[in-house]
Design a protein around this ligand. Structure first.
Ligand code: PMP
Length: 360
């Protein structure tokens, strides 16, 4: 606590990102990064954009990138908002759409842990709704949200850190049951096999869908995310952005992201490889005594039937393999393991076999 801080700073509980240690031969399966690297077209576009034009400010509206995103998803560019990673987009969503006179924001009890952090930052009451015992989200739990005076509803689909996905009928049902409440679907992991709610946008003006280039486009280091929704919602976000930072995406990020969105062949090849490796890893982990939740993401969430999760994570760390553990109620015996290449998965399985063999 410093005597120089603004009043609310001492009360904040900041989000803790997965660590990024600099160790040789480290296998990082802890932050859902993509093992394949960005599209070569994206790298080329950024190299070509790195010249004397950098003396100028970038396009504050990122018009060319928003056009490309709109064309890819079949929406209008007035329905697209871009930001410095989807975390920044989400921050503006909380600030611009969920700060509604002390009304609570509804979210699952187990979901992306940045949501409660933003609630604390902006002073939004957070009302958690328990997932079912099998970690499935029950859409019925959100049907009365509007009646309960909710400021909004947010969930990740597929959910994090479970990886479990909801089908489009369920998402549509939640939107339909809360027509005057904003429903935000965070689709950070949707490209690994789930259905995108973008298809529902023409029918639901209360729906906002958030995407990132950090996972399926392998550009976590570039920091580009975006939201799609009715022009009204997008205009609200733009007003927040232009009251905060008019230039969230630099010129290189705009050029690289645009090329990445347009390189459909590389995108499809790499996400298919990750989905194949994920399905194989789930089988291999089950054979080693893990219960693995059905994942539609680039990670699996798994619990060993007889070995403690914290001890397993520590033993993997000794072998220079990082996985993510959350010391939270209901999930503290689970490990979230990012899908790497087949060679990465093989190294993980060999390490686990050795650790579990010794434990017996
Ligand atoms: N949403 C979810 C569900 C996530 O897991 C993440 C990654 N930590 C993000 C959003 C943020 O991703 P980024 O800021 O890299 O776009």
């Amino acid at each position: 606590m410093s005597r120089f801080w603004s009043d609310h700073v001492a009360g904040l509980v900041p989000y803790t990102p997965g660590e990024q240690p600099k160790v040789a031969d480290l296998l990082k399966l802890n932050t859902n990064e993509n093992p394949y690297g960005p599209s070569p077209q994206a790298l080329k576009a950024m190299k070509e954009a790195a010249d004397g034009r950098l003396r100028l400010y970038p396009d504050p509206e990122a018009a060319a990138l928003r056009e490309a995103i709109a064309a890819y998803h079949g929406v209008a560019s007035a329905q697209v908002f871009v930001g410095n990673g989807s975390d920044e987009v989400l921050a503006h969503v909380f600030h611009g759409l969920f700060l509604r006179g002390g009304r609570p924001l509804l979210m699952p009890d187990i979901t992306y842990s940045f949501y409660p952090t933003y609630c604390r930052l902006y002073g939004i009451p957070c009302e958690t709704v328990a997932l079912r015992d099998d970690f499935a989200l029950d859409p019925q739990d959100y049907v009365g949200g509007q009646g309960r005076g909710a400021a909004g509803i947010i969930f990740a689909n597929p959910n994090a850190p479970t990886g479990m996905a909801l089908d489009l009928d369920a998402v549509a049902g939640i939107c339909r049951a809360n027509p005057d409440t904003v429903v935000v679907v965070d689709e950070a992991y949707v490209d690994f096999g789930a259905e995108s709610a973008v298809a529902l946008l023409p029918r639901h003006d209360n729906l906002l869908v958030v995407h990132t280039l950090s996972k399926s486009r392998s550009l976590a280091g570039l920091r580009v995310g975006y939201a799609m929704g009715s022009a009204d919602l997008i205009e609200g976000l733009r007003r927040i952005k232009d009251s905060f930072n008019s230039y969230p995406l630099d010129m290189l990020a705009q050029a690289g992201a645009l090329a990445a969105i347009q390189d459909k062949a590389y995108f499809d090849k790499t996400r298919q490889a990750i989905m194949r490796s994920r399905d194989q890893l789930a089988v291999d982990l089950a054979q080693m005594g893990f219960d693995v939740l059905p994942s539609m993401a680039n990670f699996v969430f798994a619990r060993h039937r007889s070995s403690d999760a914290v001890k397993l994570a520590a033993a993997l760390r000794e072998r220079h393999i990082l996985v993510r553990h959350f010391a939270l109620p209901r999930i503290d015996q689970y490990l979230r393991i990012t899908i790497g290449t087949d060679a990465d998965c093989a190294r993980l399985c060999a390490a686990l076999a050795e650790i579990l063999g010794k434990a017996q």
